[in-house]
Write a protein that binds this ligand. Structure first.
Ligand SMILES: [Fe+2]
Length: 235
């Protein structure tokens, strides 16, 4: 797959609604963390690698889910405005092929004889590296090219509506899983804005569950204290 983009044409947000920002930061950080773990893993050690494989499958499930949210909600909305999403659709199809191939490589490691485990692990590491490289280029296309197309065709309220339809389509445990990868990946101002909106709109027990299970475990003590101050959380 080839990607053509100019690094100097990255648009400024200029206060516009950024539908891709937080989730793409989350996918980038979680993908890089996993790549580093796959690089340093002892694939001969079945017990240790099993945890890594579980996290990798979880990441691939979230990535596949993210791709279909964009198809169903963002690409459909653009198509209704007569805007072509052919390139993004092809890239999403490439992603689905990569998800199948990565699952085959995971299964190959699981079934491998002890002597073959290290070689299977190396194949998986390389395949995951090239998948996230492709995904980084693809997400760049979405943020540098599709983002401005969205701004031209939709108001910020309409964009918020698209995002709310995506969030509304998710079962609670999946929303929580997305929050767990997004919160440590975004900056303090973004965390305060995202969670401030949630504090205002969500039932208090849901907000508290997000803080306990998706926010606090992923932040350092200092980052959590800064966020708690911004959100005026009770100590
Ligand atoms: Fe995408």
């Amino acid at each position: 797959m080839s990607h053509e983009f100019s690094l100097t044409s990255i648009p400024d947000l200029n206060g516009r609604y950024d539908i891709y920002g937080a989730i793409h930061k989350g996918l980038r950080k979680a993908g890089c963390d996993l790549l580093a773990r796959l690089g340093s893993a002892d694939f001969q050690n079945v017990e240790e690698t099993a945890f890594l494989i579980e996290d990798l499958r979880h990441y691939l499930m979230l990535a596949a889910s993210h791709v279909s949210h964009e198809d169903d909600h963002i690409h459909v909305a653009l198509a209704e405005k007569g805007v072509s999403t052919v390139l993004l659709d092809e890239q999403h199809d490439d992603h689905r092929t990569a998800f199948r191939e990565l699952e085959e490589l995971i299964a190959a490691w699981e079934k491998a004889w002890p002597l073959h485990r290290a070689a299977c692990g190396r194949k998986l590491y390389l395949a995951f590296a090239v998948y996230i490289a492709d995904d980084f280029a693809h997400m760049h296309e979405e943020e540098a090219v599709t983002g401005p197309l969205l701004w031209r065709n939709f108001t910020d309220d309409e964009m918020l509506g698209i995002e709310m339809r995506i969030i509304g389509s998710l079962p609670p445990e999946k929303s929580m899983a997305f929050m767990r990868i997004m919160i440590p990946a975004i900056n303090p101002a973004e965390r305060a804005a995202l969670l401030g909106a949630m504090k205002k709109d969500a039932p208090p027990e849901i907000f508290q569950a997000v803080i306990d299970f998706a926010v606090r475990p992923g932040l350092s003590e200092g980052d959590f204290a800064r966020l708690a101050g911004a959100l005026k959380l009770a100590a």
